[in-house]
Design a protein around this ligand. Structure first.
Ligand SMILES: [Zn+2]
Length: 442
């Protein structure tokens, strides 16, 4: 009876919530109050895929859903990204019959990394993808090792792990486990011989704390690593990307599947690899995956293009408080080689809480913008002076960057001042404040 009631309340709550535009975690919260172990009482689909990690969760989940649906499978997933236990409960119960059977072949869950253990207390994924673990949202998540410890209890012994072989920290989840599949990127032209940037989170082995050595890195400390003491190293990959050519946007998967990238970022490559690996594990053919991923454009709008005056522009959305996300977008600008201007907006640090904590700006490698084709950088938003302080410590000449606190005024000045390509580097909480001043494309 309590189970029936919990499902009913959740479905009704979701229905009303949609009408009044409320988020998707409240109905699940109410259901959990009524029946705390409701998730152990429902009948789940044969495949339960979970995705967690610091970066790329939403994009990876979106791609996995598109591929599995193209393969004819019924997939339910948290499209609105409510990724803690309440949101997961809403997802499961709203897609269940009143008897508690989830009507799908695959339940696909984007899981918050810190709360994964809570979400998977009453059931466990058949496949668990962990994209990476980086420093991210310091005030909320602390250090990546702390997040590692938080994820560990969420990993059931029967769950198959799909891990990023190139990430020294998240690869440690394989310790003592048999069912592990590895994905990774083979050496490519854009590699660096060793980690650079303003900090080095892969300097010491996450297992024994001895110094690590690198054969190459694809970015930051992601690449081929080896511990000088315990031997922790990049594993042989089961799913491999080769022949990555970021300039021409081409990539080969497992030596036989060629992908044309809609967005030439190494980030996108890892999201594709993770989605490819788990879909192959679920029996999807390489050809089906190729057809879906070729030129795949993410629906979540991280790559919005627009026009502003004479300028064509691209919005590069990063997560605030996540320096690797920023670095990847800055590196993308560096790689474009055509004359451009860059607008960096930091107006709100977080969508969810107010801290005014800006130490993460010092982790971002803004020196990447010191290249000939970046003609000017404009700093804007409430935290433009924190940005200016950070920029005064970069190698960028002082006459190449300016400050305009008001986002509307910055957009107006850029609209009137030239025709070079414009890149806007900002986050989810601030992007709409800028997009309201431009003409969106696509
Ligand atoms: Zn070691």
């Amino acid at each position: 009876m309590r189970k029936f009631l919990a499902i009913l309340v959740c479905k009704l709550g979701r229905f009303v919530g949609k009408l009044i535009g409320k988020g998707s975690s409240m109905p699940g919260k109410a259901a959990l109050k009524l029946c705390p172990d409701i998730l152990s009482r429902v009948q789940l689909p044969p495949h339960i895929i979970a995705v967690t990690g610091s970066n790329g969760k939403t994009s990876t989940v979106e791609m996995i859903a598109a591929i599995l649906r193209a393969d004819g499978q019924r997939v339910v997933y948290n499209e609105e990204g409510s990724n803690q236990i309440e949101g997961v409960t809403t997802l499961i119960l709203t897609n269940a019959t009143m008897g508690g059977r989830v009507k799908a072949d695959v339940l696909l869950i984007e899981s918050d990394e810190r709360y994964a253990a809570k979400s998977f207390r009453f059931f466990h994924p058949t496949e668990f993808v962990i994209t990476n673990l980086y420093r991210d949202q310091l005030t909320r998540n602390g250090h990546p090792e702390w997040v590692y410890d938080a994820i560990l209890p969420a990993l059931h012994p029967d769950t198959k792990l799909l891990l990023n072989a190139d990430d020294p920290l998240s690869s440690c989840f394989a310790e003592g486990r048999k069912a592990v599949k590895w994905f990774g990127l083979a050496p490519c032209a854009s590699d660096l011989p060793a980690p650079g940037g303003v900090y080095h989170d892969g300097a010491y082995c996450p297992l024994c704390h001895a110094p690590m050595e690198y054969d190459y890195v694809h970015y930051n400390h992601i690449g081929s690593y080896r511990c000088t003491r315990c031997g922790h190293h990049k594993m042989e990959t089961d799913y491999t990307a080769t022949a990555l050519d970021l300039e021409n946007g081409v990539l080969t998967l497992d030596g036989n599947t060629t992908i044309q990238l809609a967005f030439c970022s190494i980030y996108n490559v890892y999201n594709i690899l993770a989605a490819y690996a788990v879909c192959r594990e679920c029996g999807v053919s390489g050809e089906t995956i190729r057809q879906v991923i070729n030129h795949y454009i993410l629906k979540n709008g991280r790559m919005q293009t627009f026009t502003l005056g004479q300028r064509h522009g691209t919005l590069l959305t990063s997560k605030h408080e996540n320096s690797i996300a920023y670095d990847t977008n800055l590196r993308y600008i560096t790689s474009t080689r055509e004359d451009c201007v860059v607008l960096v907006i930091v107006d709100a640090v977080s969508r969810k809480y107010f801290t005014s904590e800006t130490s993460w700006l010092w982790d971002i490698d803004f020196d990447l913008l010191n290249c000939d084709h970046v003609k000017k950088v404009v700093l804007s938003g409430q935290y433009c002076n924190d940005l200016a302080e950070r920029f005064s410590f970069t190698s960028l000449p002082a006459d190449r960057w300016t400050v305009q606190p008001d986002i509307a005024a910055a957009a107006a000045e850029l609209a009137e001042s030239g025709s070079e390509e414009l890149y806007v580097v900002t986050c989810f909480s601030d992007r709409d404040k800028f997009l309201s001043h431009v003409k969106k494309e696509g």
